[in-house]
Design a protein around this ligand. Structure first.
Ligand code: NAD
Length: 484
């Protein structure tokens, strides 16, 4: 099948064709959408060289100058917002509404936030004259940053890395997911006009095992910021270990929501449907285990299933739909496999997969769609309750005591996020402090102050990013002692 959209790498301020390509599909139709460079060692080598050459100049610019360029890029993307929205939806399968309200606005905000925050950091200085010396710290950019991002929030997560990396004075080689590369390529078209000197931002497209691996194992890339699965993070850790690279790993989750009997049920149910199924459940922070206090369990379950059925799935262009298509045929099969496993283990599926009919417009008949699915009766030890499904599937289970639910919520290898629902302020604090999660929301979900650290515990990651944490990750600190 011929396809008109063929992407090129962006290296040293120029678009460079690649001799090999991989196919990328529109998940809502199953049709071929574009051809993405299948870069390898040679392309990554060229990009790293360009980034290395640009580093002395860019790292010498002032934070205010870098901020000006970042803000200009945000303005340029904003002026083409609708083009980016349409492209993100077509590439990823998400609804146009989600791309318009979440993905692209957040990408703009990433640039604007770090443009501002980079101008407000201060370093430490010891207050006292210690042994006749004044002591202070300075922070310097690290060099060429390797940035690798996943397919679920393509431009949103890529810019979450590019913005702080270049704001801190580094130059970058970024590799988006091979399944969702289009908006990154569109952004590249605007970099020169924004004022980025050639080589400051390089984007190399391709698969993990080829382009990703070449970046991770390149000796001149001292820092890797990775968002993706825990399995890939293991490989990246091994491959970068010989070079003692600085690593930031933002990984998967198996996030609990804990609903106490005194919760505001109406608010809790509408938010928990959103936290379970938004973006087809393809957000690392999505809720996939819901623990409900026994006394309200039947009432919660009935209302939750009813609300899940109202969460509409269908053509991404229809503004009435909450969910579009899952990323790929393989991923849909994997997610469905967990529902089949739950059934085989004796669980009950209350709505969605295998229970309700999904009606699609003829154009979307071969798309990778799946309805929000609610499951009960799964053992905590089941793979369905332990592994990240990353689709529109959530399990609901009752609990009796606070102590019990904390222990069960923590009984997974992941530790990314959690939600606690209760009107009891003391309990909210007590439970939040005992949960093993990098982020705990209480009576809300996905509200993010970008100044605060973002990241996971246990197998959900290493390190934190966000205002000051990103600045610390993307710089090296030096202690200076001056004898006077
Ligand atoms: P993935 O790990 O398969 O791929 C992520 C990126 O890594 C892609 O760009 C891929 O090409 C690249 N990659 C794959 N193998 C590589 C290798 N050997 N060397 C270097 N790079 C390699 O993840 P995915 O399926 O794209 O994304 C889904 C996962 O991402 C889920 O586990 C989800 O929870 C996680 N995620 C985490 C966060 C977070 O902030 N914690 C946010 C979004 C997604």
């Amino acid at each position: 099948m011929s396809v008109s959209l063929v992407l090129e790498n962006y290296i040293g301020g120029k678009f460079v064709p690649c001799s090999r390509h991989v196919d990328s599909y529109d998940p809502s139709t199953g049709e071929l959408y574009c051809r993405v460079p299948d870069s390898g060692v040679a392309e990554v080598e060229a990009a790293v060289k360009a980034a290395k050459e640009a580093f002395p100049g860019w790292s010498a610019t002032s934070p205010a100058e870098r901020a000006r360029v970042l803000n200009k890029l945000a303005d340029l993307i904003e002026a083409r917002l609708e083009d980016f929205v349409q492209a993100e939806s077509k590439d990823q399968g998400k609804t146009i509404s989600f791309a318009r309200n979440v993905d692209i606005p957040r990408a703009l905000y990433n640039f604007r936030f770090f443009a501002s925050s980079i101008q407000h950091h201060t370093t430490d200085c010891s207050q006292m004259d210690h042994m006749g010396c004044i002591n202070y710290t300075v922070r310097c950019p690290v060099g060429v940053a390797g940035l690798i991002s996943p397919w679920n929030l393509p431009l949103y997560l890529l810019t979450w890395k590019i913005a702080p990396a270049v704001a801190s004075g580094n130059t970058v080689v970024a590799k988006p997911s091979e399944m969702t590369s289009v908006t990154a390529w569109m952004m590249c078209k605007l970099l020169e006009e924004a004022g980025f000197p050639p080589g400051v931002v390089n984007v190399v497209f391709g698969t993990g095992p080829r382009a990703g691996d070449a970046l991770v194992s390149h000796p001149d890339v001292p820092l890797i910021s990775f968002t993706g699965s825990t399995a890939t993070a293991r490989v990246i850790t091994e491959r970068s270990a010989p070079y003692c690279k600085k690593l930031s790993l933002e990984l998967g989750g198996k996030n609990p929501a804990i609903v106490f009997a005194d919760a505001d049920l109406e608010q809790c149910i509408s938010t928990t449907v959103r936290s379970s199924f938004s973006n087809q459940g393809e957000i690392c922070l999505c809720t996939s285990r819901i623990f409900v206090e026994q006394s309200i369990y039947p009432q919660f379950l009935a209302k939750f299933v009813e609300a899940a059925r109202q969460w509409k799935t269908g053509a991404p262009s229809d503004p009435l739909n909450h969910n579009g298509a899952l990323i790929s045929k393989e991923h849909l099969k994997k997610v469905r496999g967990y529902v089949a496993l739950a059934k085989a283990e004796g669980a009950q599926v209350h709505c969605g997969e295998g229970v309700d009919d999904l009606t699609l417009p003829p154009r979307n008949a071969s798309g990778y769609f799946m309805l929000p699915t609610v499951i009960t009766g799964v053992a905590d030890s089941s793979a369905v309750m332990q592994e990240e499904i990353f689709g529109p599937v959530t399990c609901v289970t009752p609990f009796n005591t606070e102590e019990e639910v904390i222990s069960r919520a923590n009984d997974v290898r992941y530790g990314l996020s959690a939600v606690v629902w209760s009107r009891d302020v003391g309990r909210v604090h007590r439970v939040a402090q005992q949960l093993q999660a990098g982020l705990v929301w209480t009576n809300c979900w996905l509200i993010r102050d970008l100044n605060l650290p973002f990241g996971g515990m246990k197998h959900s990651g290493i390190g934190r990013e966000g205002g000051k944490d990103s600045y610390h990750f993307f710089t090296e600190v030096k202690s200076i002692t001056v004898k006077h």
